[in-house]
Design a protein around this ligand. Structure first.
Ligand SMILES: NC(=O)c1ccc[n+]([C@@H]2O[C@H](COP(=O)([O-])OP(=O)(O)OC[C@H]3O[C@@H](n4cnc5c(N)ncnc54)[C@H](OP(=O)(O)O)[C@@H]3O)[C@@H](O)[C@H]2O)c1
Length: 298
């Protein structure tokens, strides 16, 4: 991708991932960042109008209805944001000959695998969030637009509501944390995914044109795997609380939630590495980097 390569429309600019993408994309073109207060993605008529008025060369969709448990009872809103809005974005991308970069989730899988999921592994979401995200993926793939969908997992950053911030808050208040150890995945620092997105864009264009053979669905997470308990334990250690705070492992059955989650949702990043030469750091290295940036006020 080249500097000044055209207008870039960024949805979800205030989210964990969107915040970092906004900074990085600004160096690559004229970015129009959009927030929910400017445009509610449930309003598909306005969404279409805004895209056509901006005439972007690149649409990046970091917005999503990400409240996994709330989605179970708020199905229609989750569907409008996670399935309907990406469908409209893809239709507009096709009409304007723009590229759409979109994000999806490990929760499209049912967790019955024991080795990392490839992009072609059968999907079977266990909840509304995963089902609506899968519908969004499928609508994009069926649109005929040039697209990249990056499935990621267990995102966290120094901003917003996420597992890292919850654990740090609880560790400051309590001497004991009880965290589930029978869900295995890969914690992914959102800033590293934003970096990988920019690298991926660099490898996607040749002479200013999209290399269509590289478009499609990719898995993009940090490397390795752990449980929520393992992640919490490492957070507590690295934040310097381990002398005082005990992190106890519990089964999911002791922490019931409205949405069922996959027991195993590690994603193989082999296709991303083979196609673009991109390999995100190990999850522990990602966590260290996030905490280091936090202590520098980043
Ligand atoms: N978080 C995870 O653990 C995780 C895991 C796997 C995949 N993903 C995927 O990764 C991507 C980025 O996730 P994230 O964690 O960065 O999300 P996030 O921090 O929850 O941010 C989502 C953004 O979407 C916006 N949004 C939600 N509903 C909207 C609506 N009706 N209209 C307009 N904007 C709306 C939010 O705006 P407001 O802030 O104004 O509400 C927010 O800025 C998403 O596609 C998500 O599905 C996330």
């Amino acid at each position: 991708m080249h500097k000044n390569s055209g207008n870039i429309l960024l949805f979800g600019a205030g989210g964990q991932l969107g915040t970092k993408l906004k900074t990085l994309l600004t160096a690559r073109g004229i970015v129009r960042p959009l927030y929910q207060k400017d445009l509610d993605l449930r309003d598909h008529v306005r969404l279409r109008a805004v895209i056509h008025e901006t005439r972007p060369a690149l649409i990046v969709n970091a917005a999503a209805y990400t409240a996994v448990d709330a989605a179970e009872s708020d199905t229609e809103n989750a569907r409008l944001v996670n399935a309907g809005a990406p469908r409209v974005m893809a239709e507009c991308a096709k009409e304007l000959n723009a590229l759409l970069v979109h994000y999806s989730t490990d929760y499209v899988f049912d967790g019955s695998a024991q080795t990392p999921y490839g992009e072609d592994a059968p999907t079977r979401p266990l909840g509304v969030y995963g089902a609506t995200k899968l519908a969004g993926e499928e609508a994009i793939a069926a649109s005929g637009a040039d697209f990249i969908t990056l499935r990621t997992a267990w995102l966290y950053s120094n901003h917003g509501k996420n597992f890292l911030n919850t654990m740090l808050k609880l560790a400051a208040e309590r001497n004991e944390l009880r965290v589930v150890s029978d869900q295995i995945g890969c914690p992914t620092y959102a800033d590293l995914l934003a970096d990988a997105t920019l690298q991926m864009l660099d490898g996607l264009y040749a002479n200013g044109a999209v290399r269509k053979e590289r478009c499609g669905l990719y898995h993009a997470t940090c490397q390795g795997s752990t449980s929520w308990w393992g992640f919490a334990k490492r957070i507590v250690e690295l934040a310097g609380y381990s002398e005082r705070v005990r992190v106890l492992s519990i089964p999911t059955s002791e922490y019931p939630t409205p949405a069922k989650r996959p027991a195993y949702s590690v994603l193989s990043n082999e296709k991303l590495e083979r196609t673009f030469g991109i390999r995100l750091p190990d999850w522990e290295a990602g966590l260290k980097r996030c905490l280091a940036e936090r202590s520098r006020g980043g």
